[in-house]
Design a protein around this ligand. Structure first.
Ligand SMILES: CC(C)(COP(=O)(O)OP(=O)(O)OC[C@H]1O[C@@H](n2cnc3c(N)ncnc32)[C@H](O)[C@@H]1OP(=O)(O)O)[C@@H](O)C(=O)NCCC(=O)NCCS
Length: 163
């Protein structure tokens, strides 16, 4: 049921990433005009270089309805014990509460383990926190500094740069 995404599905992965950001209101400053192309290139390159993997669940027609990505940081490449980040866990609304996110996250964790990672990081949305805790995630040492007033002006700054 859980399948690896092909690199030609990168534009779909980008759409899911965008849907996740929209739903979680994580991009209050808006998006770069070429967001889809940039994300799709980043995902396709990462898959081709073996530095990231994407897992999907498809519907009967073969169209992915849920995603999860796992990334090994470039800086982690010099270490024997590597660190992975899970991101892009997204399930289309019509397919929720059927265990898809759980299966996808498990696949991402298994990939990280198989690729020599000894630590997996992620930033949990509120609805996903119970899921991740049930898979063994615990609070780490990450600190954040909120600069919301800056972010709220993000789209103006992009416009000023002429992008
Ligand atoms: C969060 C999300 C990924 C969950 O996907 P899902 O396939 O419905 O999750 P699962 O069916 O695997 O749920 C596993 C468990 O997670 C918890 N959970 C899932 N959705 C939840 C919600 N909306 N509120 C509270 N707990 C939730 C439950 O404990 C659930 O187990 P249960 O159904 O037996 O009670 C999905 O709602 C989504 O895409 N949300 C928007 C994007 C997002 O938040 N992504 C996570 C980024 S870190």
């Amino acid at each position: 049921m859980v399948d690896s995404a092909r690199s030609d599905e990168a534009p779909f992965l980008a759409d899911c990433w965008r849907a996740m950001l929209d739903e979680l209101k994580m991009a209050p400053g808006g998006y770069q005009p070429n967001w889809r192309e940039r994300l799709a290139r980043f995902f396709a390159d990462g898959i081709a270089r073996g530095q990231q993997a994407w897992f999907v669940v498809r519907n009967g027609e073969g169209t992915p309805v849920a995603t999860a990505g796992v990334f090994i940081a470039e800086t982690s490449m010099i270490q024997v014990d590597r660190i992975a980040t899970i991101g892009g866990v997204y399930v289309s609304p019509a397919h929720r509460r059927k265990g898809l996110a759980r299966r996808l996250t498990e696949a991402a964790i298994a990939w990280a383990r198989e690729h020599g990672c000894t630590l997996v990081r992620l930033s949990a949305s509120e609805p996903a926190e119970t899921l991740y805790r049930s898979l063994g995630f615990t609070r780490g040492r990450e600190l954040v500094l909120r600069l919301d007033s800056d972010l709220a002006q993000g789209s103006d700054r992009v416009a000023e740069r002429g992008e």
